[in-house]
Ligand binder design. Sequence first.
Ligand SMILES: [Zn+2]
Length: 603
Amino acid sequence: MIRRPARQIAFLTLLCCLALALSHAATNYTIALANPEQHLLEVQIILPEGSARRELQLPVWNALYQVRDFAQYVNWVRAKDRAGRALAVRELDKSSWQIAGAEAGAVVEYQIFADSPGPFGAQFNSHHAFFNLAQVLMYPVDARNAPMVVRFNQVPEGWHIATPLPSAPEGRYNAESYDRLVDSPVEIGDFRESDFDEGDAHYRVVVDADPVDYDMEQISAMLRKIVAAATIWMDDRPFDSYMFLYHFPRGPAGGGMEHAYSTAIAVNANVVTRAPEVLASVTAHEFFHLWNVKRIRPQTLEPVDYTRENYTRALWFSEGCTSTAADIIQLRSGLLDERHFEQELASGIGEFERRPARLTQSAEESSLDAWLEGDAYYRRPERSISYYNKGELLGILLDLVVREASHGQASLREVFRWMNQNYAKKGRFFSDSDGVREAAEAVSHTDLRWFFAKYVAGTEEIPWNDFFRGVGLRLVEGKSSTADAGFTASRNFDGPMAVSAVTAGSEAERAGLQTGDTILAINGKPAGQESSEEMAQFTGGETITLKVRSRRGGDRELTWKVGSREEVSYELENVENVTAEQRARRTAWLMGEAHIPQATHPN
Ligand SMILES: [Zn+2]
C-alpha cells in the first residue's frame, strides 16, 4: 500500500504531538561523550515520577548470544532527586541497582567505559563512537516498555550522528520502548553518507572508513540489487526506511549485526577491495534478518530476558536458514553464479563432515549451546558443530524436500512467506523447530516429522545424494592434500584468535606453540576473521611466522615450515544424463522459485 502525501503529513503531525505528550512519562537518557582518550561515557537517566523504589538493570547480554556482563564497565552509579538532593543507591546484584525516594522522579548518573570494537560492541575513542546501546544504557525495570528518549552531549566538533531512531527537536531521538531503543545502533563521527530509493522505500548508507578503501557507488549498486531481490522474494517490505551502517577497518574485523530497521557491518578493508562478494554475502544475510529473527521470531527469544541466557533451539533456522535465503537472494540478483554457489555448498558440506561432533551434537543442541561459543574449547571440532553451517545446509535440504513433497508447488520461499503471514504479520512468535515444521508441512501438505527428527533434533548422517538427485546433482567425495600448520585456532565473534589445539609431534609444537596462545599476527598481518581464509591458502613447505601472546603474557615470534595432510573434500557434479526435468528443477531451485513457468509448456 502506498501512503498518500496528504495523509502522511497529518499522520506526522499526530506523531509529533504524541511524542511531546509522551515525553513527560518517558525515560530520558543523555549520553555525554566525556573522554575519548579514556573511552569514558557519562550517562544520565531522568526517571519520571512513579513509585518510590525504582530498579535499574544493565543487560548482561545483547547482540551476541553470549553473557558478556556489561556491568563490568560501570565505574560508579549515583542518584539525586529533582531538587538535587542525593538519593540512596543500593546494588542488588552485579547488574542491577535500586534507587530509593524516587516518587517525584530521579536523576541517575553513572560513568561507563566503552572500548569494544565492532557491530556487537560499544566503542568511544578519538576517531568515532559506535554504540550497541544495550551495552551502555540501564533500563528502568518497571518501565521497559514505556517510551524512551535519548540525546548525545559533548559531541566533538565536526562529528555527526547516524541512527535508524526517529529524530525529534533539540537533538532528541525517540523510541517506543527500551527494546526498540537498543535495537538501534548509533554511529557518531566523521562518516560519509549516501542514500537511495528503491521500491517506495528509502535506504541510507553510512560508511566509516578511509575513502580510498571503498567505492560508495559500487556499494549502493550492490545494495539496490540485494534489497530489490529480497523484497520481491518475500513479497513484503515491512519498513519505510532502512539504514546500512558499515565500518571497514584496516585491522581485524568481521561480522554483522541485524536490527529491525538497520544493520551494522564490519569487514576488513582489504577484503572489501579484494573480495567484494564477502561484503555482499554478509549484507544479504543481515538484510534478510529483518524478516527472519527480527519479525519471524522464535517464542523462546520473546520477551527478551536481559538478565540471563535465553535458550532457544531455533538458531539453526534463525541464523542458518537466513544464510540459505541470503544465497538465494545473491543468486537472484546476479551477485553469485551457479558454479560458485555449488562450490560453496560443497565446501560447507566438507566443513560439516569434517567435524566429529556432527554425530554427537544436533542442530538444536548447537543452538542451545550458543552461549558457550565464547570459549575456545567449545569451538573444537570434536565438541561442537556450527548452527550457521548445519543450519544453512538444512535450509538447502528443506528447500529440496518441500519441492519434492509438493511436486514443485512450494519451496523454501513459501515456508518463509507462510511464517511471515502467520506469525510476523499477526504479532505471534513461532515455537522453535516445531514452528518451522508446521510451516513446511502447511505449504507442502505432507508429514515432515522424519526430516526434523533425523536432521534437526537428531544427528543422523545426511544422505546428501538422496536430496540432490532431484535437481540432477551428486556429491563426489575426494581426497585433497591440504596444508597442515600443525595447530587449530578459532576466534570468538569479537575476540582475538586463540590456539585451541597443537598437533603432537608437529613442527608447530617443536617451534613452541601452545594451546591457549593468542595469535596476534600471521606472517606479519594482524589476525582476524579473514585469517582462516588466508591460512587455507598455505601450501606444504611454506614458512609460517606467528606472533603470539602466551597465557602468562609476553609476546614471542615463532617460525616453522607448514606440513601437509590428506583431507576429505567434496564437489558437486551433474549426475549422468541429466534429464530436462532435473534441469528445470535446478533452474527453479537456483532462482528460489517453486517452479519456473515453461515457455514450451502449453498454456
Ligand atoms: Zn545472522
